[in-house]
Design a protein around this ligand. Structure first.
Ligand code: ATP
Ligand code: MG
Length: 582
């Protein structure tokens, strides 16, 4: 590539709308441009980085025995109705009608389409196992598209689906994908971690997410400082059961707490710690059939947070959302801050309590009346609940569920998710096969996603400095940029051109900066673009027969004679092959 003929529209100014560094740098380095909310054009350099990720993904998927196909993006609603997901999927599914009034949707994922395909073709155990994948644009009408390619509405995903005869074989298929994912993210040069993930209402523990470790990640991971335990905070179960208090039950007491609505304010006023108070929070729950929205009150200790994914799974809900103050008043007739569980259950709303609350004695709750709280309240004696379950988010003082060790919380970006599906789709869609005894059985399925476009953003979150992008060698749109600093000098230009052809002949992607620009702006752009190795050909060539090679990552510079450059660069690139990084 010659820079003078390449479409890399870099920006000097930092775009105001970009909140995270990968988004800012991808705009500034001319990798992407926004078309509309969450919808981007991948410019040549952005696309080249994406293609490099795709290549690694393809190689490893093929190596693991998966086969590539490509499914349609436009999908008929009737297929989605077979699994009930046309109704359940929620507003992320973009639904529309064609000219014949046929309802359709844009594929956010492809379980229905692949299951439809396979049920039509696979009849016998002899055709199994099968693992099919594609790399394709998905559309999800995300409520808050943001951070550029990190959370787009249209984005590129690799999705694979496995079909097996029994649980054991499905377990093997899952493990193969787990191993392939480890290799993929390693080869991409990413620092990542596989964590146990929430497997939704489907149940089972067979779900892992692959998280790129970065402060801007939207996910929180819980990792043990002592053992291998690592889980998404949504999933992290609280193992240690709270000890039942043996305190005698005291008589409830109504106390005036004027204007004290927040936990901290009530506790200060009463001179107690938040562990002696129980919060009553109203959630709006969208039921499993997506038709009905109903209120549920959740009780957790004053210093705890409700873990909404746990709540959603417990209620088998499509969605749960904290009610706003106005809605709380409409539902319960009580202003927020004074709501309590007494008289609530069954009357107006269902009440569910966290395990910890069930073990507490003589605690404080809202009195259900403005400016009042109740002391010495006890569950069972003073109020009933519909369900008691693990509903709170794991906290810093909770022990590791595996070894009891100390936990730490870190931020991550989910770049991959693998999932054992079992027979949910094959049963509802009747995807059956005959086993070797001639018996008809549903196929055992798994699904495996990778956010291809998100990986590029995640890699930049992990690899950048104040001057721009520092892409891992494995993902960089070009590995080498040659700066010709003597366009008008025949010797310098000839040397730059020779290196350009020599490196290309060895299969190296090279960008030759042949623009008529000041050296300063060439250096600036080279840094911004994130190309791992910069070769500067200037007047030192004439004086000392040297060109300078600079490593973008650590600023290391080496002076070499032009004849040594190709070998040096090839050595660096080969060394990066297994780890993706220099
Ligand atoms: P998230 O929790 O981030 O919304 P998800 O659980 O909905 O992700 P999956 O359905 O498992 O994601 O999709 C597979 C992969 O696709 C994810 O691991 C992620 O890397 C990527 N992905 C999902 N949604 C988006 C998006 N809006 N933009 C870019 N990549 C995405
Ligand atoms: Mg999502």
């Amino acid at each position: 590539m010659r820079y003078s003929q390449t479409f890399v529209p870099t920006l000097k100014e930092t775009p105001a709308e970009a909140e995270v560094v990968s988004h800012r740098l991808m705009l500034r380095a001319g990798y992407i441009r926004k078309l509309s909310a969450g919808v981007y054009t991948y410019l040549p350099f952005g696309l080249a980085a994406i293609r490099r990720v795709e290549k690694i993904v393809r190689e490893e998927m093929n190596r693991a025995g998966a086969q590539e196909l490509l499914m349609p993006m436009v999908q008929p609603a009737d297929l989605w109705r077979e699994t009930g997901r046309y109704e359940k999927y929620g507003p992320e599914l973009l639904r529309f009608k064609d000219r014949h009034d046929r309802e359709s949707c844009l594929g956010p994922t492809h379980e229905e389409v692949i299951t439809d395909l396979v049920r039509g073709e696979v009849r016998s155990y002899r055709q199994l196992p099968l693992n099919l994948y594609q790399i394709q644009s998905k559309f999800r009408d995300e409520i808050r598209p943001r951070f550029g390619l990190m959370r787009g509405r249209e984005f590129i995903m690799k999705d694979a689906y496995s079909f097996d005869v029994d649980d054991e074989q499905a377990g093997i298929a899952y493990q193969k994908m787990y191993d392939a994912y480890q290799r993929i993210f390693t080869r991409c040069g990413l620092q990542f971690r596989a964590v146990e993930a929430d497997s939704g209402t489907i149940g089972g523990s067979f779900s892992h997410e692959f998280m790129v470790l970065a402060k801007t990640g939207e996910d929180t991971l819980v990792v043990c400082r002592n053992c291998d335990y690592a889980a998404n905070v949504e999933k992290a179960a609280i193992k240690a059961r709270p000890v039942e208090s043996t305190e005698p039950l005291l008589e409830p007491e109504k106390i005036e707490t004027p204007g004290k609505r927040k936990v901290a304010a009530v506790c200060d006023f009463l001179g107690i710690g938040p562990e002696l108070l129980v919060k009553t929070m109203i959630y709006k729950v969208t039921g499993g059939d997506a038709q009905q929205v109903y209120p549920v009150a959740v009780l957790v200790r004053g210093d705890r947070e409700v873990q909404e994914v746990k709540l959603k799974n417990l209620l088998q809900a499509v969605d749960v959302e904290l009610a706003e103050d106005k809605e709380v008043f409409e539902i319960t007739g009580v202003p927020t801050g004074y709501l309590g569980p007494i008289g609530l259950n069954g009357q107006k709303v269902k009440v569910v309590a966290d395990l910890e609350v069930a073990a507490m004695r003589n605690f404080v709750v809202g009195a259900g009346e403005k400016n009042y709280h109740l002391k010495n309240v006890n569950m069972g004696r003073d109020f009933e609940v519909t369900l008691v379950a693990d509903l709170r988010q794991i906290a810093g003082d909770d022990p590791c569920p595996l070894c009891g060790g100390e936990l730490a919380q870190i931020e991550g970006i989910e770049v991959g998710h693998i999932f054992k599906l079992g027979t949910v789709y094959s049963e509802s869609m009747r995807a059956l096969f005959q086993d070797h005894e001639g018996q008809e059985k549903p196929l055992i399925m798994g699904c495996y996603g990778i956010g291809i476009s998100r990986i590029v953003a995640a890699a930049i979150e992990q690899n950048h400095d104040e001057n721009g992008i520092i892409l891992p060698v494995a993902l960089a749109p070009a590995q080498v940029i040659i700066l010709n600093l003597g366009l008008k000098d025949a010797v310098i230009t000839a040397a730059a051109e020779l290196l350009y052809t020599q490196l290309q002949a060895q299969g190296v992607e090279v960008l030759l900066d042949d623009r008529d620009e000041r050296p300063g702006s060439k250096f600036k752009d080279a840094d911004l673009l994130g190309i791992p190795f910069r070769v500067t050909v200037g007047t030192r060539l004439i004086k000392d027969d040297v060109v300078e090679i600079r490593h973008r990552r650590n600023g290391l510079t080496v002076d070499l004679s032009p004849a040594q450059v190709v070998e040096y660069v090839l050595k660096q690139i080969t060394a990066a092959d297994s780890t993706g990084q220099e």
